[in-house]
Design a protein around this ligand. Structure first.
Ligand code: ZN
Length: 442
């Protein structure tokens, strides 16, 4: 809807959705000042960091003032854990002196950090997450199925979502691994949900499991109106492919970080709107630490805006993102981001820093039939400056397809490429095509 020349959301979640971008920036400034003041007065980690940086939260006047605060990363947290010999780092705000729950954040390759949540965190994060689901098209009163890992912070607010949407909500917890795909098939058949939330790499094992059970994949989603996927950035080609495979009319993408980032795609499908009551997100140049211009890639640095549980302020998740502040035709006022990968998984090719998402994008644009074909990027290939992809061999015309793939890769990346057909790829995909040593694939 247009009002005074500005699009307004057709169905706002609440008043926050109807603010202008400028009004949202004012709202964010006020909220951030409050969180910074709480951090300074109650959280030792920030008290010492703010002190060292000569920063006084009371003097926080605009979002640009955030630049005066140092950023920190997972390795800083791991270092502090070792120093303090504790999972608690002084960033945890607990409920009225009571001990909060502690959840594992992520094990990753670099180590494990922890997330503390408390009952107020659950309520406020629950409501913010309800906004995210609302944006994705979820509405009250219709059943939904969530397939998600039980150890993730998302699990802590699923009961809130079920109550908020006043709907039968089936949570298939802990079954996000492909080998359990048949359990999710069972849940989909039994509950025939209108809304489905799923880890993207699970969608394909589920469709394969359905076929093995003699079911037409579309029958699994016969009543589904929205498929909300997470865990990997989706390309336009992947979105079309998912629609075609499942028959679901709307594919929405949700992305974020356990430390308190949440963003969801809108109907315009040009990035993911930052959920403003969860976080404020910056895209910073990894070297200069200055904000990157729109469309350029930066490191994701965020402030968690719920001053409960573990409070992350200017935390660098080391994800590769772009940020777009231009007005969106859907009318939501928050900037849109796209998380395309992680710096640690990026590689150099033809003088450019590349993530696997770029390879997927190049392939789907030049060779559309590769959409939905999983692949692994060979570490050994990259070590020789070459893009060597391991892909499951198609039933027909493999040689011709390989030729087109190699030509497309050379055209886009200016680097040599090759395709090694394999019988099958390992199941432990997390996100888009990983870079793996071929010894891990065989
Ligand atoms: Zn939008």
């Amino acid at each position: 809807m247009e009002l005074n020349g500005r699009a307004r959301p057709a169905e706002p979640f609440d008043r926050l959705d109807t603010l202008t971008p400028a009004a949202l920036r004012r709202w964010w400034t006020k909220r951030l000042r409050g969180v910074l003041e709480t951090a300074m007065s109650e959280l030792p980690f920030y008290r010492s960091r703010f002190g060292a940086a000569g920063f006084d939260a009371k003097e926080f006047r605009s979002l640009d003032d955030l630049r005066r605060l140092p950023t920190f990363r997972k390795r800083d947290m791991l270092g502090r854990q070792a120093e303090l010999q504790s999972h608690a780092l002084g960033i945890e705000r607990r409920a009225d002196g009571r001990v909060g729950d502690t959840l594992t954040v992520s094990s990753g390759t670099s180590g494990t950090t922890f997330l503390t949540v408390n009952p107020r965190w659950r309520r406020r994060q629950g409501r913010s997450s309800a906004r995210a689901h609302w944006w994705a098209g979820f509405r009250p009163g219709s059943p939904f199925v969530i397939s998600a890992p039980a150890w993730h912070a998302y699990a802590a607010i699923q009961p809130y979502l079920a109550e908020f949407f006043d709907a039968p909500c089936v949570v298939v917890s802990g079954t996000y691994l492909p080998r359990y795909a048949d359990r999710i098939v069972d849940a989909l058949r039994r509950f025939r949900p209108r809304y489905v939330t799923m880890f993207l790499p699970m969608v394909f094992p589920i469709l394969a499991a359905a076929r093995r059970m003699g079911l037409e994949p579309r029958a699994l989603f016969d009543r589904a109106e929205v498929l909300l996927v997470t865990g990997a950035p989706i390309t336009a080609g992947m979105e079309r492919h998912l629609k075609e495979m499942t028959g679901v009319g709307r594919i929405a993408e949700v992305a974020g970080a356990t430390e308190g980032v949440l963003a969801v795609s809108c109907t315009e499908r040009s990035g993911l709107h930052v959920v403003p009551d969860t976080c404020y997100v910056e895209a910073l140049d990894p070297q200069t630490r200055e904000p990157v211009p729109a469309g350029r890639r930066g490191s994701m640095v965020h402030c968690f805006l719920i001053p409960e549980g573990s409070v992350y302020l200017r935390y660098d998740t080391e994800d590769v993102i772009t940020r777009d502040d231009s007005p969106c035709a859907c009318g939501l006022p928050s900037p849109r981001i796209k998380i395309v990968g992680r710096w640690e998984a990026s590689f150099r090719l033809g003088g450019e820093t590349v993530v696997a998402y770029d390879v997927q994008l190049a392939l789907e644009e030049a060779v559309p039939e590769t959409v939905g074909m999983p692949f692994v990027i060979s570490r050994e290939g990259l070590n020789c400056g070459k893009l060597r992809l391991l892909m499951p061999e198609p039933e027909a015309r493999a040689a011709a397809l390989a030729e087109r793939i190699v030509a497309a890769l050379a055209e886009r990346f200016g680097a040599g490429g090759e395709v090694a057909w394999v019988r099958e790829l390992p199941l432990q995909f997390k996100g888009v095509a990983p870079v793996l040593s071929e010894t891990q694939v065989g």
